[in-house]
Design a protein around this ligand. Structure first.
Ligand SMILES: [Ca+2]
Length: 250
């Protein structure tokens, strides 16, 4: 196993000033062998069906929010709190799949309820009921309020039945891994969400640009950030990896 130097920064809590790789590994070809730390544990609080896995054939840790069972809900929060009044950027790769049609999706969530927060399954995406929160959904199942079974949306108050804004995804969220980049501008109080397919030549696209005050909605100046995911009468394995949080990149 191999972890980047920035992974170790996580222990020091240099959250706002340095890029923090929570479950990211560096494809170093051995150059960072000195950084291998088999005892390293990502600073995560896992709830419900969420677990930490090894990515097959690779050195990376994976947050598995749901593992293919029905009516599951899982959450994974960084145990290091984030200043929600300041600008930050988070990036991750997600892979939601099963052998057939699946459900329900995942959300990146900033919340003020704590490291044990876990919401409802199914269309609740694991965040329904986490009231002091802002969720960015990656939703693969069309419930009645949903525009499609391949959309993104921003929801507040732990309510997945109402979107502040929603957008059809330009790439498949289900079946193939994709990258997401979410930036919060603490000055303008605005969230922007980009996605990109992993296929060669794919370009990043801006899908959501939503005014929202994270600290106000979370009810705290410093809160928890992480992921929730759920399944229902359809299921999927839903993984997040290469997760980083840090100061916005230029
Ligand atoms: Ca849905």
């Amino acid at each position: 196993m191999r972890f980047s130097r920035s992974s170790r920064v996580a222990r020091g809590g240099l959250w706002a000033s340095a890029l923090l790789s929570i479950v990211a590994a560096v494809n170093s070809g051995g150059a960072l062998a000195a950084d291998v730390d088999p005892t390293y544990t990502p600073p995560l609080s896992l709830n419900g069906t969420a677990s930490l896995m090894w990515r097959a054939g690779d050195d990376e840790r994976v947050i598995r929010l749901t593992d293919g069972g029905y009516r599951q809900a899982g959450s994974a929060w960084s145990t290091e709190m984030v200043d929600l009044t300041r600008s930050f950027e988070t990036t991750f790769t997600a892979h939601l799949r099963s052998g057939r049609r699946g459900a329900d999706g995942i959300a990146f969530v900033a919340q003020g309820e704590g490291p044990r927060a876990l919401g409802g399954w199914g269309g609740g995406l694991g965040y329904r009921g986490i009231h002091r929160s802002v969720a960015v959904e990656f939703d693969i199942y069309q419930n009645s309020p949903d525009p499609s079974r391949n959309h993104l949306g921003v929801s507040i108050n732990g309510n997945p039945d109402r979107y502040e804004s929603a957008a059809e995804s330009s790439i498949p969220l289900y079946g193939k891994p994709f990258k997401a980049r979410i930036r919060y501008d603490g000055g303008d109080r605005r969230l922007t969400v980009h996605v990109r397919a992993l296929t060669a030549g794919a370009t990043e696209e801006l899908l959501l640009d939503q005014p929202v005050d994270l600290a106000r909605r979370a009810g705290v100046a410093s809160g928890w950030v992480g992921f929730t995911g759920a399944t229902g009468s359809l299921t999927a394995r839903q993984d997040v990896y290469e997760w980083t949080v840090g100061a916005p990149q230029a």
